[in-house]
Ligand binder design. Structure first.
Ligand SMILES: NC(=O)c1ccc[n+]([C@@H]2O[C@H](COP(=O)([O-])OP(=O)(O)OC[C@H]3O[C@@H](n4cnc5c(N)ncnc54)[C@H](OP(=O)(O)O)[C@@H]3O)[C@@H](O)[C@H]2O)c1
Length: 268
């Protein structure tokens, strides 16, 4: 079982979650079943991924209790004026009564009014916690001034090649759990030579080094895989520790790398 963090809502979040972006709706149920059988207890989806129906099927087929699985989905631009409708429709597609975490997917226009409305979704039990994704320090500061809930998490792009230290430090100082998306650089930089050297040194694979780096920074990490073997490998990162000088070397690989188009992922 993966370790958990306590969110500011007092709910617990498993430190490793399965990311399902770009997994087809007709494929994702099988991947979710494999992941839950392997030990994952946290699934990260979004309305815009178009696979909530399949994610819900996988959860139902897993035979696990709903309360044993942490499910996140996200509010997209199309529902920004009516988060209640957005979440209601996501829950219908997922076949669930509640999610554990509902995030504003990106600071779309009108995110401020959406955030105020999202608090009511916690009160009505449709989500246990609320948070944001791709928010910068400036936007988090503006959110704080609105009063009300502080986000339980900020989900941002993080890997050694995309290490937003200032933003991470700010979130962690505010008690906001940092979630690392694209922790494997979407597959693009897995084979980097410096990562390979550390993989040989620690006798683990390159993806395991990238994921372990995230764990040691106290991030929730959200690797995506459609391979049963990779799913298992990505959980096997608790039997070694990267020393502090190698962690510093990994930190120094930052090149503000961005998997998505410029402007999607805030640098600070
Ligand atoms: N909030 C946002 O705006 C946002 C944006 C992007 C992503 N996300 C979230 O973050 C999740 C992860 O990010 P991502 O989808 O960009 O990808 P990622 O996890 O960084 O990388 C996935 C890629 O790595 C490969 N891979 C995974 N494990 C491997 C292993 N052990 N060995 C070799 N290759 C491996 C996968 O191929 P195989 O399938 O063949 O294993 C896939 O090509 C998303 O699914 C989503 O939930 C959120």
């Amino acid at each position: 079982m993966t370790p958990t963090f306590s969110l500011n809502s007092k709910n617990k979040i498993p430190q490793i979650g399965l990311g399902v972006w770009q997994i087809r709706n007709d494929q994702v149920a099988q991947v979710v079943v494999w992941a839950l059988a392997a030990g994952y207890r946290h699934i990260d989806t979004a309305k815009v991924y178009g696979n909530e129906v399949g994610v819900g099927l996988g959860i139902a087929q897993s035979g696990l209790k709903r309360t044993d699985i942490f499910v996140t989905t996200k509010l997209y631009l199309t529902d920004i004026l009516d988060p209640q409708r957005g979440l209601h429709d996501s829950l219908t597609r997922l076949g669930l009564d509640y999610v554990d975490l509902y995030l504003i997917h990106w600071p779309f226009p009108f995110w401020q009014s959406a955030w105020k409305k999202m608090s009511t979704l916690v009160d009505s039990g449709l989500t246990k916690s609320i948070g944001v994704s791709n928010f910068s320090i400036k936007q988090l500061e503006a959110l704080k001034k609105l009063g009300g809930f502080i986000p339980a998490v900020n989900q941002i792009e993080l890997s050694p090649f995309s290490y937003k230290k200032e933003l991470v430090d700010y979130c962690q100082s505010q008690g906001i759990i940092v979630e690392a998306y694209s922790p494997l650089t979407h597959g693009h930089l897995i084979q980097n030579q410096k990562i390979s050297r550390l993989a040989a040194k620690y006798q683990h694979t390159n993806p395991q080094i990238l994921l372990r780096w995230g764990l040691q920074h106290n991030f929730v990490i959200l690797p995506k895989s459609t391979s049963q073997n990779h799913l298992k490998d990505n959980l096997n990162i608790f039997d070694f520790e990267i020393n502090s000088s190698d962690m510093a070397q990994l930190d120094s690989l930052n090149q503000n790398y961005s998997v998505l188009f410029p402007g999607w992922s805030p640098q600070k």
